[in-house]
Design a protein around this ligand. Structure first.
Ligand SMILES: O=C(O)CCC(=O)C(=O)O
Ligand SMILES: [Fe+2]
Length: 558
């Protein structure tokens, strides 16, 4: 069997927020959908929205007078990125059989770069090999990315569309949803006021009027992104070993426009945490500004290479999204929506909610946001949830173009894209939220935290003093137990034996544990900036694994 070649493109997952691609693999796989004869090369400019939330031209959503543009139930059926209803091309049985066979044979030698069966551009037996057409090659890449990111689903067997969510208008409907998150204008609220009203009390809000003048408002349309970054590979998920799966933007552009894929229940989602480090995508950095409330970014003192991943471009079609999670290391997030609409559900920290509450086993959750919103979210509005269990109802919000969601640390949140969305998000630690972030970092990333503290002693002696005064042992910091304190288990793997009492790390750990396994196994990382961080995480875990007695409660899934 061909050994895995680790390249910059197939390097281990470079982000530790939960991503749709951190998915559990359970079953065998089959392969991709039939190659499509033609992809509708529609103009995608229409999905570009102005800051005020107006669609430029007819789009998948009709902008309302307020510019909300939330899709009505009628409009919720599958559309391509230009919003036109589409027809699903029938799969041919022969092709499916061929693909299934192909997949069985080739998938073992795949790399994680959206490429099955090595880098061959050929098809056919020894004789009669022919070069794939660009479209076939694109299809092949997409199928491979699908198989890599969700190996439990058969592509040719139609399992990416098995729920039929694309046909159910309710899935993308925002009818009857609350509007529970306070909106503030960056024009009215000073940084000091923001700290007092939102950061200190750990309250989420939606910030308006903070994205004016961003080039991203103009430049981050599918067509313009394809023109500039068509050949750049963006991360669309992780494979079962935690390796990033990447697709060229050209291919993603095809993916979101091709009827064969457009009805995927939970489509591929660009969630790329290395865009700012890679030459090919770095120019995106100059298209937006960090909003005034988040200029203070204390992790920068840990050093650009050592700090945990902190900025992502996030681009996805309707029904893509992020299933319920808490951001890692007690960081807070801002998420700026350039175009489209994101539905959010948020649950406060300190309400006693744990992973088994929000992601119970046995109700058919598959790690996908859309499934979570279908199966779990409604339960969190029911009587059993509030009256029997005493949990808080979700806080709902539909985020519009030009709005920035602020999610303070510790809040559980899930996001569903209601149409084609383009966003940028960053995670920060600020002075007001420093103490808990320090405790979490010290426990989860001891070496990085030591370096961080060294730098803080010079740059921010006040915070270094706060850090010195923090309790950090489990018994001293009651209620802050994290799954990261176990070196042999992620919460994904252990939740049935030990509930997570603190949500931080809950999902981030899944990827870290994959890395752990990889590096313990002697893998070699490619030269991607950020790998150092990941390697260190793995090394730290390894050291702890060696120094700490294994917890009998925890088990490894694999
Ligand atoms: O926009 C999204 O899909 C998810 C945002 C989020 O939760 C995150 O960035 O942590
Ligand atoms: Fe998040």
């Amino acid at each position: 069997m061909a050994a895995r070649i680790i390249t910059a493109e197939s390097a281990p997952s470079d982000q530790n927020k939960i991503r749709p691609a951190q998915r559990a693999a359970t079953a065998s796989r089959a392969t991709g959908a039939a190659t499509r004869a033609q992809s509708p090369r529609r103009d995608l400019e229409h999905i570009s929205w102005t800051k005020s939330g107006r669609a430029m031209t007819a789009a998948a959503v009709e902008p309302t007078r307020s510019g909300a543009g939330v899709p009505s139930t009628k409009e919720a059926a599958a559309t391509n990125s230009s919003g036109s209803p589409t027809r699903v091309l029938p799969e041919t049985r022969d092709k499916a059989r061929h693909d299934a066979k192909y997949d069985k044979k080739k998938s073992k030698g795949k790399d994680a770069d959206g490429e099955a069966g090595g880098d061959s551009d050929k098809e056919g037996g020894k004789e009669g090999k022919r070069k794939l057409t660009p479209l076939e090659r694109c299809e092949k890449k997409i199928r491979a990315a699908k198989r890599a990111t969700r190996s439990e689903l058969s592509v040719s067997g139609g399992e990416w569309q098995k729920h039929g969510y694309a046909y159910d208008p309710k899935v993308l409907s925002a009818d009857g949803l609350g509007d529970d998150i306070e909106r503030i204008s960056a024009k009215d609220v000073s940084v000091e006021e923001f700290i007092e009203r939102f950061e200190r009390p750990c309250r989420p809000c939606v910030i308006t009027d903070a994205m004016e003048g961003w080039a991203a408002n103009r430049e981050w349309t599918y067509d313009k992104l394809r023109a500039k970054f068509g050949r750049h590979k963006f991360k669309v998920g992780s494979d079962d070993d935690g390796y990033a799966v990447r697709l060229k933007f050209n291919h993603i552009h095809h993916y979101v426009n091709d009827p064969a894929h457009m009805r995927d229940d939970s489509p591929l989602y660009i969630f790329d945490g290395s865009f700012g480090d890679k030459e090919g995508s770095q120019p995106l950095l100059k298209d937006y500004d960090v909003p005034k409330y988040f200029k203070e970014d204390l992790f920068r003192h840990a050093g650009e290479k050592r700090r945990p991943p902190y900025r992502w471009v996030v681009i996805g079609p309707p029904r893509s999204g992020s299933s319920v999670h808490v951001d890692p290391l007690a960081t807070s997030a801002w998420n700026a929506l350039i175009s489209g609409h994101k539905r959010w559900a948020l649950y406060p920290p300190n309400a006693g909610l744990t992973k088994p509450d929000l992601k119970p086993k046995g109700i058919g959750l598959d790690g996908e946001s859309v499934t979570w919103f279908q199966r779990m979210y409604p339960k969190t509005r029911g009587k059993e949830w509030t009256e029997v269990k005493g949990f808080p109802k979700p806080m709902d919000c539909v985020q519009k173009p030009g709005e920035i969601m602020y999610v303070p640390d510790g809040w559980w949140h899930a996001v569903l894209n209601l149409d084609h969305t383009v966003a940028v998000t960053q995670n920060v630690v600020t002075t007001a939220r420093f103490p808990k972030a320090w405790r979490m970092t010290k426990r989860g990333r001891p070496k990085m935290s030591a370096q961080w503290l060294r730098k803080l002693r010079t740059a921010r002696p006040d915070l270094a003093a706060v850090a010195d005064a923090q309790p950090w042992r489990a018994e001293e910091s009651a209620g802050e137990k994290t799954s990261s304190s176990s070196s042999s288990s992620s919460s994904e793997e252990s939740s049935d034996t030990e509930p997570d009492t603190d949500p931080a790390f809950v999902d981030a750990n899944a990827a870290a544990m994959k890395l752990n396994r990889l590096f313990l196994g002697g893998g070699k990382a490619g030269g991607v900036v950020g790998d150092e961080t990941l390697l260190e995480m793995a090394r730290e875990r390894k050291e702890r694994a060696e120094n700490e007695p294994a917890s009998p409660k925890k088990k490894r899934a694999r």
